[in-house]
Design a protein around this ligand. Structure first.
Ligand SMILES: *[C@@H]1O[C@H](CO)[C@@H](O)[C@H](O)[C@H]1NC(C)=O
Length: 181
């Protein structure tokens, strides 16, 4: 009986519901859990999808894949902007600026590939969507390879981190797209 009252108190305690509402990471929806459990990095997948409030309203795997690709697209765009700014940054050596110019172009292509992926998802052409996301991942790798080859200077950590971010997002998006169709 005492434990029953204790439970009642917990279920109806306004303090508890208040603290739940303000909790920064509520437990993921069952759709997010089941979708992310089929990806290679469950924790990253959950954190990524939950960081977008649209995921709360997502009611199918296709919507979650669109969210992941949209986030990858935003990362590609911001990386392209960063590389473009560094290519014009007079503090950087001329060789480094040339490497950044190459990377700005590759990340622009990555952004275009991800926009094509979103079109393919909208048209339910899941195989094409997968290939476009894979291309975006390949453009990020190409930036790393070509930076060193074309500039002869070390690949900056800031770019290596952005490359990792984009590849991880693309990998998660591909793992989700694989569940469609
Ligand atoms: C220019 O490059 C230097 C060296 O990498 C960096 O410290 C500085 O923040 C950059 N300036 C801009 C405007 O990004």
């Amino acid at each position: 009986m005492a434990s029953f009252l204790y439970l009642l108190f917990f279920f109806f305690s306004p303090f508890l519901s208040c603290s739940l509402a303000s909790s920064p990471s509520p437990s993921p929806s069952s759709l997010i859990q089941s979708t992310c459990s089929l990806t290679s990095n469950y924790d990253f997948c959950v954190a990524t999808l939950q960081s977008d409030p649209h995921s709360l309203k997502a009611n199918d795997v296709k919507s979650l894949s669109t969210i992941a690709v949209t986030m990858a697209s935003a990362t590609a765009k911001s990386t392209s902007r960063y590389a473009t700014a560094q290519a014009k940054n007079a503090t950087e050596a001329a060789a480094a600026r040339s490497g950044f110019r190459t990377c700005a172009e590759k990340y622009r292509y990555a952004g275009e590939a991800l926009r094509s992926a979103l079109d393919s998802l909208a048209g339910e052409n899941y195989d094409y969507a997968y290939v476009h996301v894979s291309a975006a991942q390949e453009y990020a790798s190409a930036c790393g390879r070509l930076y060193q080859r074309s500039s002869g200077v070390a690949y900056p950590d800031a770019m290596a981190e952005r490359e990792e971010d984009l590849k991880r997002l693309c990998g998660t998006a591909m793992d989700i797209i694989s569940q469609l169709g």
